[in-house]
Design a binder for this molecule. Structure first.
Ligand SMILES: [Zn+2]
Length: 415
């Protein structure tokens, strides 16, 4: 298998125009001593909405790497793919995020479940996982319960993995298993059995994306019980380390945090826990860079600001259509959204400060930010007019993109 480095940073780019600006943040971080590697991620859902093909992501990544003289590894992630969507990504990607969340909660066949319980029977009793204070109470029912919830999903991940392996060759890609897009978080104990199933299925997973406790809303800060998150995250790291040894999973297996941008309040705890355990980390971002494009355009004034206002006006009018697909990952208080007629009166500074994720700024409005976040479809519909504005204002957009990733993300998570 292709071996992923310890610290990797998922950079997503809806419109494939910020490759250089994003990589520049990682280059800058490297100068400051952070050893992180870029993974360009874009989901099938985004490609469909914007009408792009995965090959464009590869072209963008290669071009940025060449332009900036990046000599380290870099990856192109087929993010959230399944058997039905993976084939489009076979040429472009060398990182595959096998999304099997839809298969969770549906039981596998009885024979597989019985076999899984037998294979894990040795854990029945009180299990001590190094680093976790209390012992884990494991009964046959606990194992069967985990199998009923997750075994079918991991079997599906096995099918997708083998599909990719046959076509790409074992040595040529990195595998992630994601189960983050579900309603209920997975406990560290469930994670243990998910990893057991992944190993039994023969999937050399190097990253695993569970659903954590709390809300990971798009483009805004974490909402939830911080102490509980910190404990769960710490225990997940212990379980991953234990599972690597116990099940013979790849020694660099690490957690992957989806919707990882802008979760400022958990970056400190994550950073501390990862250091404490000597663990690796993969953090995925995407929408935050699209928001910086709009901030950059707003700052540019003129046609740039006009487009930023138009995106908001349009998104405001199409609230249900745009928010619907993201219902599980946004929380917008509609009565806190400014009317488009009011926004039309704003100058560059007011628009940028309302959208930019600086919580100490009194103008910052997370409701406005989340609505613009789901409004990328509107920008996609503007087509060449949007692309031309990005080109005309490349410098100021790039400045915002780079600064956001470096100052508000990389420095807090990885340094
Ligand atoms: Zn995800």
């Amino acid at each position: 298998m292709k071996t992923l480095e310890k610290f990797t940073f998922g950079i997503g780019d809806r419109f494939a125009r910020q490759g250089k600006a994003q990589l520049a943040a990682i280059v800058e971080a490297k100068k400051l001593g952070a050893d992180i590697f870029p993974v360009w991620n874009k989901s099938n859902r985004e490609h469909v909405t914007i009408h792009t093909h995965p090959d464009t992501q590869r072209t963008e990544a290669d071009a940025a790497v060449k332009a900036l003289g990046w000599t380290g590894s870099y990856y192109v992630d087929a993010d959230h793919i399944g058997l039905k969507t993976v084939d489009n990504f076979l040429a472009a990607s060398d990182f595959y995020t096998l999304d099997v969340a839809d298969f969770t909660g549906k039981p596998a066949d009885g024979k597989s479940i019985r076999a899984f319980v037998e294979a894990n029977r040795k854990f029945i009793g009180r299990l001590t996982v190094p680093g976790i204070g209390q012992t884990l109470e494991i009964t046959e029912d606990v194992i069967a319960g985990a199998a009923n919830k997750f075994l079918l999903a991991i079997q599906e991940a096995g099918k997708i993995y083998r599909h990719v392996e046959e076509r790409k060759g074992k040595e040529n890609f990195v595998t992630e298993v994601s189960i983050d897009e579900t309603d209920t978080p997975q406990s560290p104990l469930e994670m243990l059995f998910i990893l057991s199933a992944i190993a039994a299925e023969g999937i050399p997973a190097q990253t695993i994306a569970p659903k954590f406790t709390g809300r990971f809303n798009k483009g805004v800060d974490y909402v939830g019980d911080l102490a509980r998150f910190e404990k769960e995250f710490d225990e997940d790291l212990c379980v991953v380390a234990f599972a690597i040894k116990e099940f013979g999973l790849p020694p660099n297996l690490k957690l992957s945090i989806h919707s990882g941008s802008d979760k400022f309040s958990i970056y400190g705890p994550m950073n501390r826990a990862v250091r404490k355990h000597g663990a690796g980390l993969h953090l995925k971002t995407a929408g935050t860079t699209w928001l910086e494009e709009i901030i950059g355009l707003a700052c540019a004034g003129g046609e740039g600001l006009a487009i930023a206002k138009e995106v908001y006006r349009n998104a405001y009018g199409r609230f249900d259509e745009l928010c619907g697909p993201y219902a599980a990952v946004i929380d917008i208080a509609r009565d806190r959204l400014p009317a488009p007629a009011e926004v039309d009166k704003w100058d560059e500074k007011r628009y940028a400060e309302t959208l930019r994720h600086v919580q100490s700024n009194p103008s910052y409005n997370p409701n406005f930010r989340q609505l613009v976040h789901v409004g990328y479809k509107v920008a996609a519909e503007l087509g060449d007019r949007y692309y031309k504005a990005l080109e005309d204002h490349e410098k100021i957009v790039a400045q915002n993109v780079t600064e956001n990733l470096l100052e508000r993300h990389i420095k807090r998570v990885f340094m």
